[in-house]
Design a protein around this ligand. Structure first.
Ligand SMILES: NC(=O)c1ccc[n+]([C@@H]2O[C@H](COP(=O)([O-])OP(=O)(O)OC[C@H]3O[C@@H](n4cnc5c(N)ncnc54)[C@H](OP(=O)(O)O)[C@@H]3O)[C@@H](O)[C@H]2O)c1
Length: 162
């Protein structure tokens, strides 16, 4: 099965200039906790923005560029999305980690969403698609820890497909 994990600003912005805009170490810790040991699926830009292969996770990178030169046993490069079928059908939870184009492409196949909603507008150039209330149901909401290192009002909102 596929689950989406994403942090979204109030105005649906998720990034700018191929970077995250905010710094929320608590959210990054949660990302690590939820995704460790699982497969993470992403677009080429998001893979580049990570800057490294994240430990203890298999990376599936969608890319049309056959010459994307990555030699790492934990990275699989796919140019054909039909090859994601095994991840969609598997019993295991596989995480879609972005970016904008991949959320849009794979949202129809996701069963769950782990969304960090930041209660602030940001200027950006990458956006999360609209969440349809007809298709998605909120199953939990939990406020995020706000402190000097995490200086925003934010909450963790989990959804399942209706
Ligand atoms: N807030 C968050 O939680 C979060 C999480 C992740 C990313 N982001 C942000 O999102 C932004 C990046 O999003 P993005 O849309 O620009 O990039 P992206 O989705 O990470 O990657 C786009 C690339 O993926 C490849 N791709 C897309 N669809 C494909 C398909 N059907 N088949 C094969 N390859 C495909 C293409 O590579 P080719 O160039 O080879 O065609 C495309 O250029 C950044 O600002 C990043 O910081 C935010």
């Amino acid at each position: 099965m596929l689950s989406i994990i994403v942090a979204i600003a109030n105005n649906n912005v998720i990034g700018k200039d191929n970077k995250l805009i905010w710094h929320l170490p608590e959210d990054l810790k949660r990302f690590k906790r939820l995704t460790t040991g699982h497969t993470i699926i992403m677009g080429k830009n998001t893979f580049k923005s990570l800057g490294r292969v994240l430990p203890n996770r298999k990376h599936v990178v969608l890319c049309n560029d056959a010459i994307l030169d990555i030699e790492d046993e934990n990275v699989e490069v796919l140019s054909d999305i039909s090859l994601l079928d095994k991840y969609i059908k598997s019993e295991e939870e596989n995480f879609i980690i972005g970016g904008a184009s991949i959320y849009k492409l794979l949202m129809p196949y996701a069963e769950k969403m782990y969304i960090t909603k930041i209660n602030k507008d940001f200027e950006g150039d990458a956006f999360f698609p609209e969440i349809s209330e007809k298709e998605w149901q909120v199953v939990s909401k939990e406020p995020g820890l706000k402190d000097e290192q995490n200086p925003y009002d934010y909450e963790y909102v989990n959804y399942i497909r209706k």
